[in-house]
Design a protein around this ligand. Sequence first.
Ligand code: ADP
Length: 261
Amino acid sequence: YPITTDMATLTKEIEKFATNKKLEIETLKIRENYRKEFIGNVSHELKTPLFTVQGYILTLLDGAMEDKHIRKKYLNRAEKGVERLIYIVRDLDMITKLETGDLNLDREEFNIIELVQSVFDLLEMKAAKKDISLAFDMQYANPILVVADKERIQQVLTNLVVNSIKYGRENGTTEISVENLIRNKVIVRITDNGEGIQKENIPRLFERFYRVDKSGSRREGGSGLGLAIVKHIIEAHNEKIYIESEYGVGSEFSFTLEKAK
Ligand code: ADP
């Protein structure tokens, strides 16, 4: 530590040192609380499906195994629980990588129209179960080339479309559009006419584990991490994400991407 004979300077230096230390300690405390909260959230998220799976196994061991139909039904439900656990762990893994900056983007040039189409193809069955139609304006005969991490953007699209189905109404519609923005950007919009989100909940939507309706979201098989992952991926690309929603009417999530030159 620098030695100085001037008492006033020394006092100032000591005060500065103390303030810095205090700030450092404050930062460490915040980090520690964040870590504790994260672990608390994770165990809470894992508990429900774990107890569900255990419940079915115990009932099977208790004699339900004898009945062929019940056996199948309970095994199916236990399997669903395990599937949920896998999704949660996969999302946790992703969010940890994104938050610690361990996920390098692999940028490439690709046709966003084709990617939207492939996401729709993959989610068609899920949408059909709720009679939701997935609409993609067919004006896009020509490819629109963007530069981004294709796999990550596929995940963004998947999470947003899955949400529009989960929180969409029976017989509803999810629509995607891709538009040129000024300069070298495009904007991708995912619009649904589902349950919508109340104004006061919108600012917290992108927080991890935040849900408007906890039981509804869990019933739909969500981890509460989908939108946090979406936000991280878009921000890692230095792009922007927007949300507009009206309660009872529907929601629109949109994000920008860089156009290929
Ligand atoms: P979850 O796994 O709960 O779906 P997300 O992070 O993907 O987690 O979403 C957080 C919350 O935002 C959801 O629980 C839901 O309340 C709300 N939400 C997300 N997308 C929509 C949507 N399209 N319409 C209405 N609410 C939505």
